[in-house]
Design a protein around this ligand. Structure first.
Ligand SMILES: [Zn+2]
Ligand SMILES: [Zn+2]
Length: 192
């Protein structure tokens, strides 16, 4: 296990197949672009799963910096745009490593998983992680260079104080109702 994977696991909280998938994607990207200290890279992730955490850890594309955009299509697709190159890599994790696991998971959900299969499932998880970490790039990843418009940079907006709850919020997300300037939360409580 290399240091990058260890760090990703620490960040994510556990080691799992999804994390391993994200790690492979991020590792590949790092061979082309350096880690994003600031907003040099922008990652558009088409899922909200464990793999995204490996991307945050390895690539420095994070929710907090605004250079991680989640578009939940339930697909293991990551498009990573490099501002320095004005180019993006679209990477689809194609390794079909979950086939057997999916069968067992469905059985588990139906309460039909026998003791033998339970054991198999435990072993399978470790096996899948090992397979993902050990496979060649070309067997796991489908990579295309794509042209996408440069994503907008994260912006900092001034704060306003909500006239209902008194908490400060980002001006651009404000609402008005009943002659008051409100945070979104208070607006929804009042109007919706
Ligand atoms: Zn996980
Ligand atoms: Zn408020």
């Amino acid at each position: 296990m290399d240091d990058d994977f260890k760090k990703a696991a620490e960040f994510h909280g556990h080691i799992c197949p999804g994390l391993a998938m994200g790690y492979r994607v991020a590792k590949y990207v790092r061979e082309h672009y350096p880690r994003s200290e600031d907003e040099e890279l922008v990652c558009i992730a088409e899922n909200k799963s464990c793999s995204v955490d490996a991307v945050q850890s390895l690539l420095g594309c994070t929710a907090g910096k605004g250079n991680l955009i989640l578009v939940d299509n339930g697909k293991q697709v990551f498009t990573v745009y490099s501002r320095a190159n004005d180019k993006a890599l679209r990477i689809y994790f194609k390794g079909n490593v979950f086939k057997r696991m999916d069968v067992l998971r469905q059985k588990l959900a139906r309460g039909e998983l026998g003791p033998e299969e339970k054991k198999e499932m435990e072993g399978l998880r470790a096996q899948v992680i090992e397979d993902i970490l050990g496979a060649k790039d070309e067997d796991m990843l489908s990579v295309n260079e794509v042209n996408i418009p440069a994503p907008e940079r994260a912006r900092i907006h001034p704060s306003l104080e909500c006239q209902e709850c008194g908490e400060a919020f980002m001006e651009i997300l404000g609402r008005t109702a009943g002659g008051k300037v409100l945070c979104k939360d208070c607006y929804e409580k009042m109007v919706c």
